[in-house]
Design a protein around this ligand. Structure first.
Ligand SMILES: Cc1ncc(COP(=O)(O)O)c(C=O)c1O
Length: 449
């Protein structure tokens, strides 16, 4: 059996338990598909980041990357645990503010922030805006001037390092839609012009080099390059105090994944910043990070009900569930791998490989290929692990399937943090066909002319 993390365990009756709750009872009470988040484990994950930084004695900030799972309850929890929040859209900013998060603890990202989003961020008083490209300088400066605000900014740099799992590559001229490219000189140019924008105060640099990163080598390679750029910025007279190295800390989805412990990744990052900055006679910056997946990914399990089956002799066994790419598009999007068990028969031997198929009209709507499972029966509760990140936040209404409910569990109690959508919700914004008469009148006047 796979290792069970957080408060998960298998009870003596053979059921999967999380947060002191029997998942089969949760499935009955709330219906399926259902996202179940282990609240204690969420808090533990965040505390690991804080403890790792505190052990090094440096100034730091952990900003939870809300894109991984952005709901009011999650923003509140991250805030209670001393995280700042990284948001990338007006909708995420609205969610964080609705959660009562102090705007002074919110960072705003995005490669194409609209004027309306920048106005919302500036008027709300967010802590920093991460400027992504040259066009944004003038736009943001104009917005800040209109609101008579001085806005703190970081510059997002594409440092020419890409990291995924245990590998990182230097990509030379980095082909990415995000950030000022280092290799081509864009990043230096950005530092040269940022001082021209009176309403902006540049506090430092930001980079995010990838996802599912299993050790600190990629971060370290990026930090060397960023340190030199930081030195260039200070040589221009800019007063910097922040180096944000982004998120991307990896998690174990399957036995193929072997992420380094959070503490050792943070130690690697901190040592590298200390060494690189000392070598350039720079003052130590505050080190900021933006973990998303590593906070929420392993803290949730999705419960589904098993339905129809199809065994193709000598080819494959399929079991279909009552969700799929509408609540977890990650296999369809990038071949992501997961592990599963039957939550109501967690002690039964995994006899065969069963591929877990979604219910959408798409052959690619699969959640797991060839999961070792006991032969599923209709009505079994299928638990898919590590679904806390980029699942609910990427959920859709494809095939007009209502989005699932989300519950948090803790100490034997469960609470809904997102209601299950209803069919009424699915059509809530639809309108019967009718035309705008005012426009019709104007247009026939034009035709008559
Ligand atoms: C700028 C930035 N910061 C943080 C993150 C969070 O990454 P992860 O969830 O892998 O930690 C992302 C993810 O795309 C990102 O683009």
């Amino acid at each position: 059996m796979r290792p069970l993390q957080g408060t998960m365990k298998v009870g003596s009756e053979g059921h999967l338990w999380v947060g002191g709750c029997d998942t089969t009872q949760l499935a009955q009470k709330y219906g399926t598909p259902l996202f179940v988040y282990d609240e204690a484990y969420l808090r533990e994950r965040i505390r690991e980041f804080h403890a790792a930084f505190k052990a090094t004695g440096v100034s730091y900030e952990v900003a939870y990357a809300a894109k991984a799972f952005c709901t009011i309850a999650m923003c509140q929890l991250a805030d209670q645990e001393g995280c700042a929040l990284d948001v990338v859209s007006g909708g995420e900013l609205y969610t964080a503010l609705q959660a009562g998060v102090d705007p002074g603890r919110i960072h705003m990202h995005g490669n194409n922030k609209t004027r309306a989003e920048l106005e919302y961020a500036v008027s709300s008083g967010v802590s920093v805006i991460v400027v992504d490209n040259f066009a944004e300088f003038a736009l943001l400066n104009d917005v800040a001037t209109t609101f008579r605000r001085q806005v703190d900014v970081l510059l997002r740099i594409a440092p020419g390092v890409e990291a995924h799992t245990h590998e990182y590559i230097s990509t030379g001229q980095q082909d990415s839609k995000f950030g000022f490219d280092l290799e081509s000189g864009q990043a230096r140019r950005a530092l040269e012009v940022v001082g021209d924008y009176d309403a902006l105060r540049c506090r430092g640099l930001h980079s995010h080099i990838g996802s599912q990163i299993f050790d600190s080598q990629g971060f370290e390679a990026a930090i060397s390059r960023l340190a030199e750029l930081y030195a260039y910025g200070t040589s221009l007279g800019l007063v910097f105090d922040v180096l944000n190295v982004g998120g991307g800390f990896g998690i174990r989805y399957t036995e193929e994944d072997d992420p380094a412990p959070i503490a050792s990744s943070i130690q690697g990052i901190v040592h590298k910043v200390k060494d690189s900055f000392a070598a350039l006679s720079l003052e130590m910056p505050s080190i900021w990070i933006e973990p998303g997946r590593s906070v929420v990914g392993p803290a949730a399990v999705t419960l589904y009900t098993a339905g129809s089956q199809k065994a193709i002799p000598g080819v494959r066994n399929y079991v279909s569930i009552d969700g799929g790419m509408t609540d977890n598009p990650r296999l369809a999007l990038y071949g992501a791998k997961y592990e599963a068990m039957l939550a109501n028969r967690a002690s039964d031997e995994a006899a065969e490989a069963w591929s877990i198929a979604g219910k959408c009209c798409e052959s690619g709507d699969m959640v797991i290929w060839d999961a070792p499972l006991p032969r599923p029966q209709m009505g079994d509760v299928v638990a898919v692990f590590d679904t806390g990140a980029y699942n609910y936040s990427m959920a859709s209404n494809y095939n007009r399937i209502p989005r699932p409910a989300v519950v948090f569990v803790r100490d034997g109690r469960s609470g809904i943090v997102v209601e299950r959508e209803t069919y009424e919700d699915v059509v809530r914004l639809d309108r019967p066909l009718s035309y705008d008469e005012e426009n019709a009148a104007a247009s026939s006047a034009m035709t008559a002319r």
